[in-house]
Design a protein around this ligand. Structure first.
Ligand code: BES
Ligand code: ZN
Length: 460
């Protein structure tokens, strides 16, 4: 192990340079114009993995390709097998004018590396690759076999990955999946995440007049689709911050007294949280703390709202149409399909006869919850402590990684969520950054992980 640790120390700066190369690819999965950038990014990753000494294949899918990289297997020697999952796709960088420097031109300031995708998720998955590189380049035997699966569609719902897992499930006979794509409250509180919210995306479009109309000549005689849409969406949430869809809460599991107590231990005050959000007052479901609201309660959010004239100055029209992109976050034991039916029913009920409504369901993912006290979870906690030199905590997170429930269903494997992001990393926001201390400690954590996880497997 000493050789591995020395290797990490001696190559630290190069690792950062490589992360800079990785984030230069504008691998925005949601935008069709970036299709070839995703392929180029995946090819860079393939070359990188091969350079490390991993047996690497690029699998095309009906969407963006999947990179699969395996540690060389020793003939006749069966070792515990783990999968490391990550994603090389990133969220759209818009609005561009709010970035201090361009999103795909990495900039280092202090210990922060600014670039879209630096934290979510390139920095986090590269940390695992660097740990394995240290083993392979120093000729140190890994006590386990590893398969990296790094996909290009996480940010758009991992549409084609489940099929990939089905096709490859025999070779993915893993004990567990390791994912670093979540966060921790601060560098002093490394965390194991044991629950994620699920998600359901819905687009609602209202069509009114056959074209934009003069709002002076005709306004007041036909419905305004933008107004109708605002009124309709406004009815989806009540004044207590609850989702106003009949049946929506039917399967929501009650938070236990134990968990509520644990939430109180999160080392951030409401004041600090408000500051981080940039608001003077919070809003959320009555009866729950902000930390419960963001991780363990379901919500509805408008992610995008489009209608009418958006340019400079004014244009007096009744717009022909209006569209909203909504997502609902789900918690155990809500089922996206069941919830979707309830939402569609309510939307149809609320739609006035003066406009035509089109509803489209987007991606969906089930909520995830797993025992934080399994032998593997305990081993993972130990490695967090070794790397960060702090006592780790157990947390639930509000974000979603829909594929983790598929790991369980298709591969029969639980997921260890060992996030390296910080709350001020600006994931999905302008000026995303990754903390280089987290990068370094993440590499160290991963290094220890491959020692500890196999032991936990043989002990159980
Ligand atoms: N890394 C996030 C998920 C995440 C972040 C989980 C922080 C927990 C804490 C991931 O890349 C993500 O953004 N997922 C999407 C999924 C969706 C597009 C299907 C999300 O949560 O919005
Ligand atoms: Zn993300």
């Amino acid at each position: 192990m000493e050789a591995v640790l020395d290797y990490l120390k001696n190559n630290r700066e190069r690792f950062v340079r490589e992360l800079c190369d990785y984030v230069r690819f504008p691998s925005v999965s949601a935008q069709p114009q970036h299709r070839t950038d995703l392929v180029k990014c995946a090819e860079w990753l393939v070359n990188h993995c091969r350079g490390i000494g991993l047996e690497t294949t690029l699998y095309p899918t009906a969407g963006h390709p999947v990179v699969v990289a395996k540690t060389p297997r020793k003939a006749g020697k069966k070792k515990p097998h783990f999968m490391v999952y990550g994603h090389y796709d990133v969220q759209p960088p818009e609005p561009l004018e709010l970035w201090k420097t361009p999103p795909f031109e990495p900039r280092i300031e202090g210990t922060s590396l600014f670039a879209r995708g630096s934290s979510d998720n390139k920095g986090q998955n590269l940390a695992h690759l660097k740990a394995v590189e240290a083993y392979l380049k120093t000729g140190t035997e890994l006590p386990c076999d590893l398969t990296f699966v790094i996909e290009g569609e996480e940010e758009v719902g991992s549409k084609h990955l489940a099929q990939f897992l089905q096709q490859h499930r025999k070779e993915l006979d893993v004990e567990s999946v390791v994912v670093s794509d979540t966060g921790m409250p601060s560098k002093k509180f490394p965390a194991l995440t044991y629950a994620l919210r699920g998600i359901l995306a819905v687009e609602v479009r209202l069509d009114g007049p056959s074209r934009d109309l003069h709002s002076g000549i005709y306004g007041g005689t036909v419905d305004n689709p933008a107004m109708a849409l605002c009124q309709l969406i406004g009815k989806l949430r009540d004044k207590n911050g609850r989702v106003a869809v009949p049946g929506f809460y039917d399967d929501v599991e009650k938070l236990s007294a134990y968990e509520r107590k644990e939430f109180k231990r999160i080392p951030m005050s409401e004041g600090e949280y408000k500051k981080l959000m940039g608001v003077s007052k919070l809003f959320g479901e009555k009866g729950f703390t902000p930390f419960e609201q963001r991780a363990a309660r379901p919500t509805v959010e408008i992610n995008g709202l489009t209608s009418g004239y958006q340019g400079d100055g004014s244009k007096t029209i009744v717009p022909a149409w209006a569209r909203a992109k909504l997502t609902f976050r789900l918690v155990p034991n809500q089922n996206p399909t069941k919830v979707r039916a309830a939402i569609f029913k309510q939307l149809k009920k609320l739609c006035p006869p003066t406009v035509r409504m089109t509803i489209t369901a987007g991606h969906g993912g089930e909520p995830y919850i797993v025992s934080p006290t399994s032998p593997l979870a305990k081993a993972a906690l130990k490695t967090l402590k070794e790397a960060f030199r702090r006592e780790p905590i157990l947390i639930r997170e509000g974000g979603s990684i829909p594929i983790v429930t598929q790991f369980k269903k298709i591969l029969g494997a639980d997921t260890l969520l060992l996030g390296l992001a910080l709350p001020d990393d600006n994931a999905h926001s302008p000026n995303e950054k990754f903390d280089l201390d987290c990068f370094e400690k993440g590499i160290l954590m991963s290094t220890h992980l491959w020692q500890e996880l196999p032991k936990a497997v043989s002990a159980s």
